[in-house]
Design a protein around this ligand. Structure first.
Ligand code: DX5
Ligand code: ZN
Length: 217
């Protein structure tokens, strides 16, 4: 069964408590939380005080996706706010190994995200240190964008690298995930499906989450 991570970015921000309750009652495994700084990405979302409240309202694993520059300055604060997983972007971490060590030393699961133009082979020498890799399947910054088809090839390449090294690293995909493309993503090697609009714009979010979960790698 795939791991499903609804992205709170697509929820109604006036009704975050309701959104958390829905996710709690669903078969979702993780809650995906998108943090944007208006520098690395051309948008600003929410940050530490919001996550602090969301943490108290959710029973799910908090998967915090940092689309921010110099994440090392804020990683301890996200730990304090209750993050379980921290994802940093390859493109803003010249000392990536140090970033990963910091996250792990604070007792969280460490992950790296790659933008659509960043090849997965660049992760070769950090892969063994990671809990998961997030492949961005849209350009980061906004929900509701169209899935970039070339991402399938990247998922396959990364799956091959992980399997050849006999590692236990999960592959997460983020952006434009739908019930229609979920099977292809899982078949290519994805373990974790992030879904924002597919879940929160759905007539029946609980059923949509159930549908996304049913794919097996
Ligand atoms: C985009 C974010 C995604 C976003 C996905 O920068 O990283 O997590 O919420 O939204 P959908 O699933 O609507 O494409
Ligand atoms: Zn995200």
């Amino acid at each position: 069964m795939s791991i499903v991570a609804p992205s709170l970015l697509a929820a109604n921000f006036l009704k975050l408590e309701e959104a958390c309750k829905m996710v709690n009652e669903s078969e979702a495994d993780w809650l995906h939380l998108d943090v944007m700084d208006g520098q690395f990405v051309p948008n600003i979302s929410f940050g530490i005080p919001v996550i602090d409240h969301v943490r108290k309202a959710t029973s799910k694993i908090c998967d915090v996706h940092l689309m921010i520059e110099t994440p090392e300055n804020l990683v301890p604060a996200f730990k304090k706010a209750g993050a379980d997983n921290i994802i940093v972007h390859y493109e803003v971490c010249p000392n990536l190994h140090r970033n990963i060590q910091q996250i792990k030393e604070l007792g969280m699961n460490a992950a790296v995200a790659v933008n659509p133009h960043t090849p997965v082979f660049l992760l070769e020498d950090i892969l063994a240190d990671l809990h998961h890799v997030l492949i961005m399947t849209v350009n980061p910054g906004f929900g509701g964008q169209k899935f970039i088809p070339h991402s399938i090839e990247k998922i396959k390449q990364l799956r091959k690298m992980i399997d050849e090294k006999k590692l236990n690293v999960l592959i997460e995909v983020d952006g434009g995930v739908t019930i229609e493309n979920a099977k292809e993503l899982v078949d290519a090697g994805a373990d974790v499906l992030v879904a924002g609009n597919t879940v929160f714009s759905s007539e029946n979010p609980l059923e949509t989450i159930k549908q996304l979960k049913k794919f097996n790698r």
